[in-house]
Write a protein that binds this ligand. Sequence first.
Ligand SMILES: Cc1ncc(COP(=O)(O)O)c(C=O)c1O
Length: 429
Amino acid sequence: MSSRYHNSEVMLDRALKSIPLGSQTFSKSITQLPLGAAPFFARHAKGSRLWDVDDNEYLDFVGGLCAINLGYGDPDVNSAVRTQLEDGVIFTLAHPLEHQVAELIIDMVPCAEMVRFGKNGSDATSGAIRVARAFTKRDRVAVCGYHGWQDWYIGSTSCNLGVPEATSALTYTFPYNDSAALDSLLSKHSGEFAAVIMEPMNITAPLPNYLAEVKDITHRHGAVLIFDETITGFRYGNGGAQALFGVTPDLATFGKGMANGFPVSAVAGRADIMSLMEKVFFSFTFGGETLSLAAAQATLLKLQRTNATDVMASHGQMIQDGLRKQITSHGLDNTLSVAGHPTWSFLVMKDTQPYTTFDIKTLYLQEMFKRGILTIGTHNMSYAHTKDDVSLLLRACDETFSVLKDATENKCLHDKLTCPVLKPLFKVR
Ligand SMILES: Cc1ncc(COP(=O)(O)O)c(C=O)c1O
């Protein structure tokens, strides 16, 4: 048992007895964090910092998996939630916050003419797919990226245990930045695709015109175009990726940062499609839960009155520029590269003989955690990150890259590990 993570490891032992995987979220579990070199439990967080149950302090670049875009415990969001708590959380009747937040989304997001709320991103993507199926009276869907845990999507991945084959058979994956491949997929079952759903961008930027071509192809085949903006929404900019790239989909889905960490998600889009939600069943006991809606209202209003997403992008750009220089100066161009939008960027790792990406990622995480940086190989920016935070991250990366260079060049990577190597995992990006 490691002394730095002692309490985390004791708690993990206990949690694994009552909770499969010891966590509610795959990306917070032992599948993703190297046991012996990682914290597992948080005690509290504020701004850009998180403290684990061993009282180790971290500069957090994961942000609850992109759920935090303003910063942990944002005072405006917290105050709105506290005020709402006094009035009540959930009622026998709908609450005005529902249409107030819907109107804010309509103001901010180009495709949004009407809005419905869910709790998780998966509620929103699944609702969008169902309404698209109802609208087109078709069943097949084309997917690109990650869209959540529900059968219609996860059945198309290697993590499909428990999903009926009949459901998986209706979902097809298509490669990003290849419009010919999408056209050929939709042509193969001509007139049968209800929807094309995609993350408008994750690791790779869209080629010029790619998203416009996707829209064109999708419409030519009579399908509904859905941008899954669960992460890019209210992060790439106030209007999400659709505003940034100037391509308006028919529907879009939001979650994650829309309430700075409170559980609420949204499907938004064309009124003629969205109004079918009057007949399509999309209904939750907690769909109109007001603490999260108050948090969403405070978050969206703060995004509107500040330059939060610009600040996130400019600090994120400093990280990308700094890392690119360091990768070259450490001679690691064959092992590491930087990709993604500055507000959600990726340190991409490659197999480097004789080591796999997983060997490299495990050592990278071990060294970063040790230096008080919480990362999963991404830099998920929040408005609370400062220039000093960027400098601290870059300093930790510089030291970690020295360790990685020594490990790969002198073939001593496994000697440096204090934990087992992470296992190859389900990967859709
Ligand atoms: C792009 C995208 N879509 C959908 C989802 C599913 O969201 P949730 O985990 O909140 O159900 C995620 C979650 O990571 C996501 O990144």
